[in-house]
Write a protein that binds this ligand. Structure first.
Ligand SMILES: [Zn+2]
Length: 322
């Protein structure tokens, strides 16, 4: 994140200790949701050296922690060809190391008020030895319920999370029949400014609105300033290509046109950011089908054509939540 509007945030009181240990990043609202008893379980990453301190924080909130494995994140390109299952890894991947085996890396942890939920936890694909270890598919489908996601969204995810056929985010856009609600905005989930961590079935999903609103109201009682900032960030215009590539703008959307002061790339997948350099030079863009026309002071500067890949197809769309 390169930016003023999306910079890290530390709340004044509520869950401040969590925010400090995560240095103003991380799933702050999801942790708050756990503490408030709204969300049943979450998973998170914690630097190996911080785990002890993190356990203390969780104990204070009556939360249990289960450590999974240590992740050593690597680029897919650096994974040797002889690793079985290499082709199924996403662009960022990780080696899994046993707990206690090293001082660097991030420990994957599960957190919940209910210890029994740890029985149903799902792990992420990691490379162990020369093999990628995947979770059983059935686990990944059930996992959404344990994380507290709405049923309509889980069902929608099962149908459209097929990266060969669909852009899941675009399908949710097509499925949006009412005004997009900022409570259904999933695009800032990797910043601290989000009330949801799942992909909603539409950007006006009622169940998601209900869930996010409950959380927002509780946080507002404790951290009104944080809620004010989060609301305003979620209401920015967004240009979405697919799950790992999307931008937001300090500006206004009118029809297919965004006028803006500054563009941001809030997705964590930095290598997917192809357009920030171009967006820095302009003050307006227009989406025309699969083309993006870039303007500076009413003059066309450039045309970007969005290719339709066979894997992870991109269907660009513009959206502003209110
Ligand atoms: Zn839904």
């Amino acid at each position: 994140m390169d930016s003023a509007l999306l910079e890290p945030y530390i709340p004044r009181n509520f869950c401040r200790d969590y925010a400090l240990i995560k240095q103003g990043h991380g799933q702050l609202t999801m942790f708050m949701s756990l503490v408030l008893g709204i969300k049943p379980l979450m998973d998170d990453w914690m630097p190996v050296k911080k785990v002890k301190e993190f356990r203390k924080i969780c104990k204070k909130y009556n939360l249990y922690v289960r450590e999974d494995v240590i992740f050593e994140n690597v680029n897919k390109e650096s994974v040797p060809d002889n690793v079985l299952g290499r082709e199924f890894l996403s662009t960022t991947s990780a080696y899994g190391h046993p707990l206690g085996s090293r001082e660097d890396g991030q420990v994957h942890v599960f957190i919940s008020k209910d210890k029994r939920l740890f029985e149903k936890c799902m792990w992420y694909p990691v490379i162990i030895g020369n093999r990628v270890i995947f979770q059983p598919r059935i686990d990944s489908l059930k996992y959404g319920y344990i994380l507290g996601y709405p049923e309509c969204c889980i069902k929608f995810f099962r149908k459209y999370n097929d990266w060969l056929k669909f852009s899941h985010l675009y399908q949710a856009y097509l499925n949006t029949k009412a005004n997009p609600s900022f409570l259904c905005n999933p695009f800032l989930k990797d910043t601290v400014f989000s009330y949801i961590y799942h992909m909603p079935c539409s950007y006006s999903c009622r169940q998601t609105i209900k869930l996010a609103n409950k959380l927002r109201n509780e946080i507002k009682k404790r951290e009104p300033e944080y809620v004010k900032i989060t609301d305003s960030r979620l209401k920015m215009p967004f240009l979405v290509f697919y799950e790992r590539k999307f931008y937001c703008f300090d500006g206004e959307l009118r029809g297919n046109l965004v006028r803006f002061k500054r563009a941001y790339f809030p997705a964590p997948h930095r290598h997917e950011d192809r357009y920030s350099a171009d967006f820095k030079k302009i003050d307006r863009l227009e989406l025309k089908g699969r083309s993006i026309v870039l303007f500076k002071r009413n003059k066309i500067l450039k045309n970007l054509d969005v290719p339709l890949n066979t894997f992870a197809p991109e269907y660009p769309f513009l959206i502003q939540f209110s």
